[in-house]
Ligand binder design. Structure first.
Ligand code: F6R
Length: 359
């Protein structure tokens, strides 16, 4: 029930701090040690390469996961759009392990890949919000997202839950493989910081509503830019805005913009820069500057430790690997308010269904 909320999407955005706490309680013991089935860890430990498969928002959560697995487990990780992987497979390593990300567990594109993976007897894990869903039943292992039902077509809490589960799994597997970085990664403390950080952002909703009214309601197009994981979040942030506000939004690697796309910038085009990674902060800032000198209206979403006086949305600092869990929240809210302020049906955008069961 959506209760006092006008739309499920806002309720689901608000639930995210709690989902983080639930996942921490479910997958970590009181000392912060990950609790996973030994068989899952053994199977994953054998892998020389991880393949993450998903569609839409789940694919975007996979991109963030790649960094987590590569940094904490030291295992090469590829992320693929399910519908592409199904019919145009890359060369697969000798000992692959497949991870399927799917809120519903029913996405046909991902199911098609899993059928093929099973024919080849490759081990697999489905991370899903729906117990006993098809992808869960057909994979070797399952981990649940514990996000509670997600009703709004635009996915929010499933995205952050997927990233959190990937992070806990990467910590668990990294420790199992005795990787030093994983041992030193205090996932319990970090998820605690994430939950409080999310709460502080959702408590400041009104600021985002204002930004939406000022710069987005009348915009025809917009850009999210960033580098590394900030780029991955840019893809998700722009998908959110597109699907419920119908404003054309592109997520772009900030260094790529000048190789063509910058031609689209006009007077007043909103360009949102996501800045949570210290090593690329100044680069993204200069790329933002380039768009501003062509008339763009810049808006920044920046981690506290990298913030300057002229930044717009400042989010609490957490470990850079988990920063997407916070930087995506203002973007979800911006999409929500822009859709709301345009008088659209936030939960049921045109042309879309919650679960896509055809290829
Ligand atoms: C976007 C959205 C979709 C889904 C995609 C995959 O907000 O919800 O892009 O993420 O259709 O769905 P699942 O995760 O159920 O496989």
């Amino acid at each position: 029930e959506k209760g006092v909320y006008p739309y499920y999407m806002l309720k689901e955005i608000d639930e995210q701090p709690n989902v983080m706490r639930k996942l921490s309680a479910k997958y970590l013991d009181e000392n912060g040690a990950p609790l996973f089935d030994k068989k899952l860890l053994e199977a994953m430990k054998q892998a020389d390469r991880l393949y993450i498969i998903g569609a839409g928002t789940s694919y975007h959560a996979g991109l963030v996961g790649k960094n987590l697995f590569e940094k904490l487990v030291n295992v090469p990780t590829e992320v693929h759009v399910a519908s592409e992987f199904a019919y145009n497979q890359p060369i697969i390593s000798d000992n692959p392990f497949f991870i399927f990300l799917s809120q519903s567990g029913e996405t046909a594109d991902s199911r098609e890949v899993l059928v093929n993976v099973n024919q080849k007897d490759f081990p697999s894990l489905t991370i899903t919000n729906v117990e006993n869903s098809t992808l869960s039943r057909e994979a070797t292992f399952t981990l649940l997202l514990e996000a509670g039902p997600e009703i709004s077509v635009a996915s929010t809490k499933a995205y952050t839950a997927q990233i959190a589960v990937e992070a806990i799994l990467a910590k668990g597997l990294g420790e199992f493989k005795e990787i030093e970085v994983a041992k030193n990664f205090d996932i319990k403390q970090q998820l605690g910081l994430v939950a409080t950080g999310m709460q502080s952002i959702v408590d400041e909703k009104a600021t985002i509503d204002d930004l939406s009214k000022k710069y987005f309601v009348d915009a025809e197009k917009s850009f999210y830019i960033g580098r590394g994981t900030d780029y991955f979040v840019s893809l998700e942030a722009s998908l959110k805005l597109k699907e419920i506000s119908y404003i054309q939004a592109e997520g772009f690697a900030s260094g790529e913009l000048k190789h063509g796309t910058i031609a689209l910038i006009e007077d007043g085009t909103p360009v949102i820069g996501i800045i949570t990674q210290a090593n690329t902060a100044s680069l993204t800032r200069s790329n933002l500057q380039e768009t501003m000198s062509r008339g763009a209206k810049k808006i920044t979403i920046v981690s506290d430790d990298l913030a300057r006086n002229d930044d717009d949305i400042i989010i609490p600092t957490v470990d850079e690997l988990l920063a997407p869990l916070l930087s995506v929240i203002p973007a979800q809210l911006l999409a929500y308010y822009t859709s709301l302020n345009k008088g659209l049906d936030v939960d049921k955008p045109r042309n879309l269904a919650k679960s896509v069961t055809v290829e």
